[in-house]
Write a protein that binds this ligand. Sequence first.
Ligand SMILES: [Zn+2]
Ligand SMILES: [Zn+2]
Length: 675
Amino acid sequence: MSSVESAKQIDPAAGDGGNIRLTLPDGSVRDVPSGTTGRAVAESIGPRLAKDALAVRLAGEVLDLSRPLRKSGPFEVVTPKHPDALELYRHSTAHLCANAVKRLFPGVKIGIGPAIENGFYYDFDPGRPFTPEDLERIEAEMKRIVAEDNAVVRREMSKAEAVKIFEAQNDPLKVEIVAGIPEGSLSCYEQKDFIDLCRGPHVPSTGKLGVFKLTHAAGAYWKGDEKNPMLQRIYGAVFLTQKELDEHLARLEAAKARDHRKLGKELHLFTFHPWAPASPFFLPKGATVYNLLIDWIRDLYVKYGYQEVITPQIFDVELFKTSGHYQNYHDNMYFTTIDEREFGVKPMNCPGHFLMYGSQAFSYRDLPVRYADFGRLHRYEKSGVTQGLTRVRTFAQDDSHIFCSIDQMAAEMSLFLDFIREVYGTFGFTEVKVGLGTRPEKYMGAVENWDKAEKALSDAFGKRAESLPGWSYFVNAGDGAFYGPKLDFQVTDAIGRAWQLGTLQVDFSNPDQFDLHYTAEDGTKKRPVVLHRAILGSLERFLGILIEHTGGDFPFWLAPEQARVVPVSEKFNEYGEEILGRVREAGLRASSDQRNEKLGAKIRNGELDKVPALLIVGDKEQAAGTVSLRVRHGGEFKDQNVEELLRMMRGADATRSLQWHGAADSRSSPSKKIS
Ligand SMILES: [Zn+2]
Ligand SMILES: [Zn+2]
């Protein structure tokens, strides 16, 4: 039993004698004196509930069990089954981790430790990186503190008091944070020998914790700013059950093998250089995949009635003042001054497209206008957050802006859904979550237009629900941007991870800012609506996701090297050259391995490079004018007719079949036989 159990249950400070009214989930109400603690209320409902209680939720706010309740409203006890429990566990486990680190490494300074997706992290300044052995010791100490079942006690205090505490324990980072908090709202959480600055809430005692695993440590700049000292960030996974934790850890293992940074190096796809931070260099193989993606989207632009445009890279800052980027996005932009004139490098294509639209005269008959742009974009991201291809400073998008009338919105959304379904289906992304972000509290434009747009967005999906198995739709109430509602598209990859890819954003604001119009049927000038939309999003990021989704086994049509001719010895190099010529003539990307190596070594090399098709040529093949085919993950097929084989490969290429990419996506079986 933890010591908080005996803590006083009614806060004498409440002292106003008034009652508050709590409405329980079953609709019943309880009137209790203001200042009664959540724990006391839970106990009055039932001892079992009080035993399971982690916290309470009152009027939308999660509070510690020991907090005196001072207002009326909907009231729930947060037990391990409650949706709020996981966040409590995750954040409280972060404190647990810091507690253990402080015990084992007394000189270590502590930073911050928030709950994140799947767990938490905590930043430390240990003077040296943590080793895997350190993490094991820390984890063991955390388990010990759980077994101690120390009460977690909230202490509200003045800034001076907090500064004194953190100075005394030599925690300058904490002192720095205290300085930024307004007086009167400061609280700390204490668990036996550890105290941390925190708003809370927390579980009532360390004994409530336990389902966790420290996964890794990595360098992280204090406050994500590279000008600040480098700290060591410990990541931990926290779940409700051991089963969920184990499943998560298995996914992490699988993800490690697919890490696009690792595969990008092994497969010679891309590289980085410190002189161009967070800006990828695509090596020939990576550039091939990148360009194939663009070529394909370009084909689809023709099919779906888009027009590609090319717009400038650098604009007078007046443009960004009009678009609002200068005021709101300044810290993420690159600027330069030439001829005493200030220019900005575009972080998005939209403003340029607005200028372009505005430079032409459009009538209602011309609408919708769909401008597509693979323009290069630059955004300054702090080095603390950049990562491989998934967060970079230079990238391009399959970006497009649709200018249409309000009445055309519904048809545009439908068309967009067809487009996005075709793209995601091609990659085998069959599980797609579509979120509709609706009107937030602060918004601009007429409510009537918002309603129309939201209806168009949800109808577009509703009408197609049957033809979209695996797709699900939900509403994120109030999650729209201030300038319009939006749809977000999230796909699930081959190992069950969710990635946000596509988006469709309605914009009522910019047409006003840029004074855009079209001539309506009655001759009057009207404002178009702008739809910002992307399907893959950043191509750099998408490529990173695709590498992890496929484990580097790209589908045949995207494989940088689709076939490799492998002569069994140098004697057959000449015949190999002849075959290579025919493969290339068929429009397929191929090479031949003419090194003086053993056949086994050449085949292993082809496997390592994840080449979908190895065409082996030796005595028998040369005599018969055939090749032996070795399909990655697909077995061997002797003596293949070359013409027939090329026809099959061209077919897999043209249809963008998922078949020939091997076993990376376990849901689609590799082809057993080619002919
Ligand atoms: Zn905390
Ligand atoms: Zn845009």
